[in-house]
Design a protein. Structure first.
Length: 293
């Protein structure tokens, strides 16, 4: 038997083994994805179940699908339209995104490019605030905003974002700024640009991946925030979607699980669309900001 004939079964066995491993890998990934997506699928399916099926029908699909839950939700919650709650959530989330992008990029440029006394200790102190629980500063912040007469408004939820209080995003942008060539700053200085113009015309356009990453995380975290909004907002007309969901549950004398799940689905839709639209930029921002594993 020739050597070529002997190698054919070996090569065929190796190719077959690779195909089996590939199939097993894809099957395993599909199973994990289904397990992770099952709660979302169950939530969407339950939103179409009538009230008597929510607890009695444990199957994934409803026996008698209905859109009555959506009609009840769009009919209004606590006397206000769901579009008003949606607009409040968008106002708070977009304001937080703008504040974080502007303040954190400026702070990152200062720590990453400018030389000033105490830069190292200040940067270390800023990083240490990541480990500081939010509840530690909640009472002092509330007292400050109460003295300023800003409680029961959107300002306590948006204004701190303009002060670079999220150390994680500052650190992310600092890592990105440090990776940019310093020759860009020198060229801008030769052309007559000061620190602010260098930041605005040179550094900021190159921060696009980090800015998009910051925007995505800020939007999602602010949209899902319940505790902070519960503390500062008292007027139902100013409630966001998470607070509106709680109001809807509390105002009924019986457990209205169908409409509650429907509101949960509507609250998840903007986050899903936002993430799907910018997920490519999210991967790019993390991989180019020095946060790779």
């Amino acid at each position: 038997m020739s050597a070529q004939a002997m190698t054919r079964p070996v090569a065929g066995g190796r190719a077959g083994g690779r195909r089996v491993r590939t199939v097993l890998w894809h099957v395993g990934v599909a199973v994990v994805v289904l397990v992770l997506l099952y709660p979302v699928i169950w939530l969407v399916s339950t939103s179409f179940k009538p009230a008597d099926e929510v607890l009695s029908n444990l199957a994934l699909l409803p026996r008698h699908a209905t859109t009555g839950n959506y009609g009840q939700v769009f009919g209004g919650v606590a006397g206000y339209s769901i579009w008003q709650y949606l607009g409040n959530s968008l106002t708070v989330s977009i304001g937080a995104v703008i504040g974080n992008v502007l303040s954190c990029s400026l702070a990152a440029y200062a720590f990453g490019r400018l030389h000033f006394r105490g830069r190292g200790p200040l940067f270390g102190f800023m990083i240490s605030t990541i480990m500081l629980p939010q509840h530690v500063v909640l009472i002092p912040q509330y007292i400050i905003f109460q003295k300023l007469g800003l409680v029961n408004s959107f300002w306590p939820l948006i204004l701190p974002k303009f002060l670079a209080t999220d150390a994680f995003f500052v650190f992310l942008m600092v890592q990105f700024v440090r990776g940019l060539p310093r020759e860009l700053d020198e060229t801008a200085t030769v052309d007559g640009c000061g620190p602010f113009r260098t930041f605005w015309y040179v550094i900021l356009p190159l921060l696009r991946p980090a800015i998009i990453t910051t925007s995505i995380f800020t939007f999602i975290w602010t949209w899902n925030d319940f505790f902070t909004q519960l503390i500062y907002l008292n007027d139902p007309a100013k409630f966001t979607l998470p607070l509106a969901l709680q109001i809807f549950v509390d105002q009924t004398s019986k457990s209205a699980f169908g409409p509650m799940f429907t509101m949960s689905v509507l609250a998840l839709v903007p986050i899903g669309l936002f993430f799907l639209a910018f997920q490519g930029f999210l991967v790019e921002g993390v991989s180019t900001s020095g946060l790779k594993g």
